[in-house]
Ligand binder design. Structure first.
Ligand code: KMH
Ligand code: ZN
Length: 307
């Protein structure tokens, strides 16, 4: 039985949204990603969420060997739970088997499982950031105007098979209400086994917004369709909603994700100097609210990971 004063703080280290020119603190080489992950764990993150980037130019990649190196080096220094992405790098439009090949290759304890097709646009960042070090950066942002982040039911079925075969726990990423319905469908049809792990992602252009009502709507819909006893949940607030919505999630009894994947800032107008800085801030908030961050072993127990 989970203690209700314990909160899982996840740190998403680099992601595939931000590009190297946007912040000098965004880790892009494998060694930088490893170092940031280890420091985030030392600051109180019980889980780190990992994307890989091309060591040459920081472009997101699905190269399994880069993931293998990053995971191996983190494990040498920390027992933090490693959650790898199957969300895609390089282009969000690539087929699901390609995006998920890291699962059979590394058999991670937990990995992301995106719950539906949607627009997933980051091109508005082109207005904010005008100077780029690499040519791929503006092209990558522009591309998101015209691609669909594809996760059809056939894809979801394929993914659920891949996760089961490798005993990897799916973290079910829901960016909008319809994806809670998709999750409930997949659960009731037997593709997903309880206890489910959901993550509500608020503030991606193409998904649900960042109002308190939006969070309540996601949570209440999940309770109604899936059943409170069948899942645990975490929340991501994108951009400037990272800390406020994270705080709301902690108050509501959920878990929380921070990290430079989701926001480059520590406060309005001030870049975060590291992932650990954001973890420290969230851990301070968690403690102020009378709770504490879960250790990696508590994360394993709460989520039922293979360890
Ligand atoms: N980039 C986040 C909004 C994934 O990696 O598959 C969602 C995410 C999903 O982290
Ligand atoms: Zn991610």
């Amino acid at each position: 039985m989970r203690k209700d004063d314990v909160v899982i703080v996840t740190c998403a280290i680099t992601g595939a949204i931000h590009t190297p020119s946007m912040s000098p603190y965004l880790p892009v080489t494998p060694d930088q990603i490893v170092e940031e992950a280890v420091k985030a764990a030392e600051a109180g993150a019980g889980m780190v969420h990992i994307h890989a980037r091309d060591p040459k130019d920081g472009r997101p990649t699905t190269d399994v060997e880069v993931f293998r190196y990053i995971c191996r080096e983190i494990k040498k220094q920390s027992d933090v739970v490693i959650n790898v992405t199957t969300g895609g790098g390089g282009t969000l439009g690539i087929p699901v088997e390609e995006r998920a090949k890291v699962v059979p290759a590394l058999k991670p304890e937990i990995a992301t499982f995106n719950m539906g097709s949607m627009n997933f646009a980051i091109h508005p960042l082109l207005k904010k950031y005008k100077e780029f070090k690499y040519d791929w950066e503006p092209e990558y942002l522009e591309m998101t105007r015209d691609i669909v982040f594809r996760n059809t039911f056939k894809d979801l079925e394929a993914l659920s098979r891949i996760f089961k075969e490798n005993d990897t726990k799916p973290e079910l990423e829901c960016y909008d209400i319809g994806q809670i319905y998709n999750t409930a469908f997949m659960f009731h049809e037997g593709y997903l086994e309880p206890p489910l792990r959901l993550q509500f992602i608020h503030g991606i252009l193409g998904g649900i917004g960042t109002a308190v009502e939006d969070v309540l709507f996601m949570k209440q819909t999940a309770d109604r369709l899936i059943g409170r006893e069948n899942y645990t949940w975490s929340l991501v607030g994108a951009g400037r909603f990272q800390m406020p919505l994270g705080t709301l999630a902690v108050i509501m009894g959920g878990d929380v994700r921070v990290g430079l994947e989701d926001s480059l800032y520590i406060e309005r107008g001030k870049l975060a100097k590291s992932n650990a800085e954001q973890v420290e801030k969230m851990v301070r908030i968690v403690k102020e609210l009378g709770k504490r961050p879960a250790t990696p072993d508590e994360v394993r127990e709460i989520l039922g990971l293979k360890g």
